[in-house]
Design a protein around this ligand. Structure first.
Ligand SMILES: Cc1cc2nc3c(=O)[nH]c(=O)nc-3n(C[C@H](O)[C@H](O)[C@H](O)COP(=O)(O)OP(=O)(O)OC[C@H]3O[C@@H](n4cnc5c(N)ncnc54)[C@H](O)[C@@H]3O)c2cc1C
Length: 384
């Protein structure tokens, strides 16, 4: 690569991209709109394949120190009864599923995983520039010129858009009406609580077991996300067919929002209602999605992570896909010129991304077989 690569967006996808490019001996500069990384966001699960990508970056032990390995998980109903019926599982061919036998996967606080990647990027001398919000680019036969809202510009051989669900790079590359962002019919609320604030609730929610409560239209997940158990995190993903005005959800005062959420758990066996009311750090989002993308790139500009595919929140695969994208695109760039690299990246990643996307639709399909789902030990079929 004659000139450096420009990465736009410093979430998990962008940071991992910069590290994989470094591993491939390709120089990059990463632009991030935030002024700095902060303790923000909630938790996410990273599946075994995503964890493999982090290990390929040599971050296995840092990840171990900063996240929670899920070794025990209970799937329960509102009365605290297990929803795992062993006979039914055997019928579905799932009798072999035992967390002791499945590859490891983790629950992570977003800010902690970002910090693991960021510290490693700093250690490796990767050029990261904050407070830079991309608002345009042009490309010609020599490269891409990007412009930022502050009027500054930069020139690189290629541009990698890693700027999340509402990607400006995607919007400019494939303008409306291609790939419109649509309300997904689902909402997510993420909470994080210091264990010192939990009082008596500590006995219910700070054990190593990850708890997942499932009812007809939602999943409530609560787990440690760090070995020290200083904090726990929870999330409530719900189906909500009609979008609410932002003032009634994202922008609702936290006190009122908590009351709304807590009311759902009024007659539940576990004190989830009290847990919600004890939580001050809450993020509420009505979730947006794009349909499967036909094209992953155009010319010298390519997309990765949430900018490229919005994974269904029930599947919890967004971060895993982002890490896989970063590894595979860097590997292709290591071995090919950018034109072939983009071609193989799109061609080889599509089946995996499409399977993940379609698995979400299968959740309500009684005829779906286990192998139809892109959930656990499946992942990207490639090594560095
Ligand atoms: C603040 C925040 C909190 C989140 N919290 C959760 C959570 O609690 N649970 C969960 O499951 N998922 C959460 N997510 C989403 C989750 O991190 C992603 O789904 C997943 O990790 C894939 O990451 P990504 O890097 O592709 O996208 P993202 O994590 O969305 O990262 C995109 C990055 O690009 C930056 N960016 C956006 N536009 C521009 C621009 N024009 N110029 C420069 N930079 C730009 C953003 O600031 C962000 O850092 C959160 C995302 C963000 C941004």
């Amino acid at each position: 690569m004659k000139n450096k690569v420009i990465i736009n967006g410093g979430g998990v996808a962008g940071l991992a991209m910069s590290l994989f490019l470094k591993k491939a001996n390709i120089e990059s500069v990463l632009y991030e709109q935030a002024k700095a990384y902060r303790k923000s966001g909630g938790h996410f699960v990273v599946h075994p394949s995503g964890l493999n990508m982090l290990e390929m970056l040599g971050l296995g032990s840092e990840v171990e120190k900063n996240t929670h390995f899920i070794t025990d998980m209970a799937i329960l109903d509102k009365n605290n009864n297990s929803l795992i019926d062993e006979d039914e599982m055997a019928e579905m061919g799932l009798d072999e599923i035992d967390l002791d036998d499945t590859p490891p996967f983790i629950n992570a606080a977003r800010y902690r995983l970002i910090d693991v990647l960021y510290q490693e990027a700093l250690r490796q001398g990767i050029d990261i520039r904050f407070n830079k919000r991309l608002n345009g680019f042009t490309q010609d036969k020599d490269g891409v010129t990007v412009t930022f809202e502050d009027g500054s510009t930069d020139f690189g051989s290629i541009l990698i858009g890693a700027d999340g669900v509402k990607s400006k790079t995607r919007e400019l590359l494939f303008p409306f009406p291609a790939n419109p962002l649509k309300y997904s019919g689902k909402t997510a609320v993420f909470g994080m609580v210091d264990n010192d604030d939990l009082g008596k609730l500590k006995d219910y929610f700070t054990m190593d077991t990850t708890l997942m409560y499932v009812d007809e239209n939602s999943i409530f997940f609560v787990s440690k996300h760090h070995p020290s158990a200083e904090e726990i995190s929870w999330s409530l993903i719900s189906e909500r067919p009609g979008k609410l005005p932002k003032k009634d959800f994202e922008e609702k005062p936290v006190k009122e929002l908590k009351k709304d959420i807590a009311s759902k758990f009024e007659d539940w066996e576990m004190p989830i209602k009290e847990l919600v009311m004890t939580t001050d750090h809450i993020i509420a989002k009505q979730l947006y999605m794009i349909d499967l993308m036909r094209h992953y790139y155009h010319g010298r500009v390519v997309l990765i992570g949430d900018a490229l595919h919005t994974a269904d929140p029930f599947a919890g695969m967004g971060t895993t896909l982002a890490l896989e994208d970063a590894m595979y695109l860097a590997k292709m760039l290591r071995d090919n010129d950018y034109e072939d690299a983009f071609y193989y990246y799109e061609h080889d990643r599509k089946p995996r991304a499409e399977k993940v996307y379609k698995s979400a639709e299968l959740i309500n399909d009684p005829d779906a077989k286990f192998e139809d789902f892109a959930i656990f030990d499946e992942g990207i079929d490639a090594v560095w």
